[in-house]
Design a protein around this ligand. Sequence first.
Ligand SMILES: CC(C)(COP(=O)(O)OP(=O)(O)OC[C@H]1O[C@@H](n2cnc3c(N)ncnc32)[C@H](O)[C@@H]1OP(=O)(O)O)[C@@H](O)C(=O)NCCC(=O)NCCS
Length: 185
Amino acid sequence: MELVWPSLAHLPAYVAALERGWTPDNERGRAAAEDELVRIEASPSNFIASLVDLQGSGGPVQLPDGTLVPRLPGYRKWIWDGTFCGSINLRWSPEGSTLPWYCLGHVGYSVVPWKQRRGYATEALSLLLDEARERGLPHVELTTDDGNLASQRVIHANGGALLGAEEKPQAFRGGKLLRFRITLA
Ligand SMILES: CC(C)(COP(=O)(O)OP(=O)(O)OC[C@H]1O[C@@H](n2cnc3c(N)ncnc32)[C@H](O)[C@@H]1OP(=O)(O)O)[C@@H](O)C(=O)NCCC(=O)NCCS
């Protein structure tokens, strides 16, 4: 398994996963997958380019209730074992280590159901943490729904410490979150 930069060569396998029902966005779910299929149809190369935005210069990000918020700098990589297995992303605040309220964590990930339970998310997070360290981030914070045991195991396996439980912001339609921190320095 490796993390690859999104590219036109990898795109057909990504589209196949979207069409099979997978979504890269754990909060917006299917709506985000449908939006992406429309954007890919309109311009595959613009779509690929939009996934790596180190300045946060792209358009706003839509939250689950439709609220638009500024885009943070960040990028997505794809989990690849000869074909598409999932996606993982890193984002950070230009103002320092604290994220704004509308970004639930520095890292998000999702593995397609047919490639789960092979250790891919655990390994993908480990690889992404190396990249975050190289970028100079002193720590990353991650949040999971309180019932998402698989994601909590992924975070624990990578040295995550529980900071506490909190309510999800209203724009995410509520619910309970657990917040973890992984120290990188
Ligand atoms: C969470 C998710 C990324 C895990 O991906 P994965 O590649 O299957 O994870 P791994 O194979 O690395 O497994 C990590 C651990 O979770 C456990 N696990 C995996 N799926 C599980 C499940 N459905 N229920 C309980 N435990 C599970 C594994 O057994 C493993 O535990 P171990 O380290 O004690 O052996 C995947 O389930 C997923 O994409 N879920 C939907 C999106 C999501 O929730 N993303 C995270 C948002 S915070």
